[in-house]
Design a protein around this ligand. Structure first.
Ligand code: MF3
Ligand code: CO
Ligand code: CO
Length: 275
């Protein structure tokens, strides 16, 4: 996702023209999105207690390279990994490493593949073994918040309709919406205009038009919304150390509504995936 803290980059993106894509472009995004979704599906059985997040990253890199895809995060602004793996109170941009996952953890795995020059960007939460009821509730609220946001994607609505639906639902569930990162236009570029805020009011922001392509990727906390960045320069954590969750889809605006490019072919929409 995009950091709203990077004001120079944000300004540049803000003034950038919002691209409208045609049916061939949608077909290309479908191919990129489906490969990411297949990879996220394949991760479900291997995300288990004891697995280091670096092993997840190795799996995703191999998965991509075996299929002529490139993980977009490698060498992106100095990032070196094929994934972001964000555990428990990590909000986003967790860096894979040798520390093993533990029973009860919740982890977001965020994958972006470049396929024939087009970016598919998606993330899901995974439950490591049995998780506490509060953690499972956060996963359910976050997935539902994303889907309610996506349900607002249609011509006639604005980006504010998406943010409103997410914020309204999450806060009614006594959770909070992270403000420091947002969704983004995506296509041949990884991060493009428009910014998709996960909070706001209906009618605010940019009017949605057929052919727009962007991500919806809300980060929802059990506690307060504030985040801080650790000294590695990437890892964002909740200031109050409360649990945080995120799901992400890449979507396109159609004449009548929305197409989700990164839907799970195996129906592994939200954990527990074995059920
Ligand atoms: N995939 C993230 C997103 O949803 C971006 C990660 S950039 C990285 O936009 F450099 F942190 F990997
Ligand atoms: Co994204
Ligand atoms: Co992503």
């Amino acid at each position: 996702m995009t950091s709203t803290l990077e004001s120079a980059a944000l300004q540049a993106r803000h003034s950038r023209q919002i691209k409208l894509y045609g049916s061939e472009d949608f077909a290309a995004m479908r191919r990129a999105g489906q490969l990411v979704a297949e990879c996220l599906d394949a991760l479900a059985p291997i995300v288990q207690p004891g697995l280091p997040t670096q092993a997840i990253d190795d799996f995703v890199l191999d998965f991509a390279l075996a299929r002529n895809a490139i993980p977009a995060t490698v060498n992106y602004k100095g990032y070196t990994k094929a994934t972001c793996t964000s555990i428990n109170h990590v909000v986003c941009h967790g860096i894979p490493g040798e520390k093993p996952l533990r029973e009860g953890d919740i982890v977001n795995i965020d994958v972006t593949f470049i396929v024939d020059g087009w970016h598919g960007d998606s993330s899901r939460m995974y439950a490591v073994g049995e998780v506490k009821r509060a953690a499972q509730r956060l996963l359910d609220v976050t997935w539902e918040a994303m889907m309610r946001g996506i349900a607002e994607v249609k011509p006639g609505n604005t980006t504010g309709h998406i943010g409103y639906a997410i914020q309204n639902f999450a806060e009614a569930e006594r959770c909070s919406v992270v403000r420091d990162f947002c969704g983004h236009g995506v296509g041949r570029l990884f991060h493009d205009a428009p910014n998709i805020l996960h909070y706001g009011s209906r009618g605010e922001g940019v009017p949605l038009r057929p052919g727009m392509i962007f991500t919806v990727e809300p980060m929802i906390n059990l506690g307060r919304p504030q985040v801080k960045i650790l000294s590695d320069g990437w890892t964002a954590v909740t200031r109050d150390r409360s649990l945080s969750a995120q799901f992400e889809h890449t979507v396109g605006v159609t004449e009548t509504g929305v197409e989700i490019f990164t839907l799970s072919p195996q129906g592994r929409h939200r954990p527990p995936y074995q059920a």
